[in-house]
Design a protein around this ligand. Structure first.
Ligand SMILES: C[S@@+](CC[C@H](N)C(=O)[O-])C[C@H]1O[C@@H](n2cnc3c(N)ncnc32)[C@H](O)[C@@H]1O
Length: 219
């Protein structure tokens, strides 16, 4: 993963998601690093492949990595600019036939079906409520025995504050509470903050703390 920001634009008004993210991706040929997110690799690496849903897949590095591990992936994003880029990378990696790219505003439309893995990595955007709504739909999309992995920023670095429209960054416990998981049907496999080193825009190493929540639906 590259240095993940949390949006684009400099004003305080909250733009439409598609417009907001298309503009953000159009700023440069590539926004993220092209590498899969460390938490995904760590948490899913040893797991037998099945079906996976990547919500807010961005430029597709996670979906491409999963496909390379044998998963059949449905990857969704609101930005057509990001998805075009992702599909190109998947073709170059030889995994295009294992990924179904879908463009949706996940707050309005969610893919049908149930998946062995549902992954939401840095699904940050203006408006906390719709993120919660999307994550609750993500809960419904987990198959019996399947896993939901939610990774996010524990906070924005100062340079990014102007991009976040005042977004709050929930703790793993707050994310878990917001999911409102039915008692007895789920087990919490991980709920923690993890600090990692990444290369900043100036090429210097910087530390970021992520929130990691991994829950499993009992089979
Ligand atoms: C910070 S990026 C993370 C991208 C990718 N998961 C990664 O880790 O590289 C957040 C992504 O969520 C997508 N997104 C934001 N709001 C969305 C929505 N309502 N529906 C679908 N995707 C959305 C954005 O287009 C963007 O690609």
């Amino acid at each position: 993963m590259a240095a993940h920001g949390s949006g684009g634009g400099t004003g305080t008004a909250v733009p439409d998601d598609e417009e907001f993210w298309d503009a953000r991706y159009a700023e440069r040929d590539r926004i993220w690093s092209g590498s899969p997110n460390a938490a995904l690799v760590r948490e899913v690496g040893g797991r037998s492949p099945g079906t996976a849903l990547d919500v807010g897949c961005g430029e597709g590095a996670d979906a491409i990595w999963l496909a390379g591990q044998g998963w059949r992936v449905t990857a969704v994003d609101v930005s057509g600019v990001a998805l075009d880029r992702a599909a190109e990378q998947a073709a170059a990696a030889g995994v295009a036939d294992r990924i179904d790219w879908q463009r949706h505003d996940l707050a309005a439309a969610f893919p049908e079906g149930r998946f062995d893995l549902v992954s939401a990595q840095f699904l940050h955007a203006p408006g906390e409520l719709f993120r919660e709504r999307i994550l609750r739909r993500a809960v419904d999309a987990v198959a019996p025995g399947g896993v939901l992995l939610i990774v996010g920023h524990a906070g924005a670095v100062p340079e990014e504050h102007r991009r976040t429209h005042g977004e709050r960054f929930p703790t793993p416990g707050e994310v878990l509470a917001a999911l409102a998981l039915p008692e007895g049907e789920w087990e919490v496999r991980r709920s923690e903050e993890v600090t990692r080193t990444q290369t900043g825009p100036d090429g210097q190493p910087t530390e970021r703390t992520d929130t990691v929540l991994k829950v499993r639906r009992r089979g």
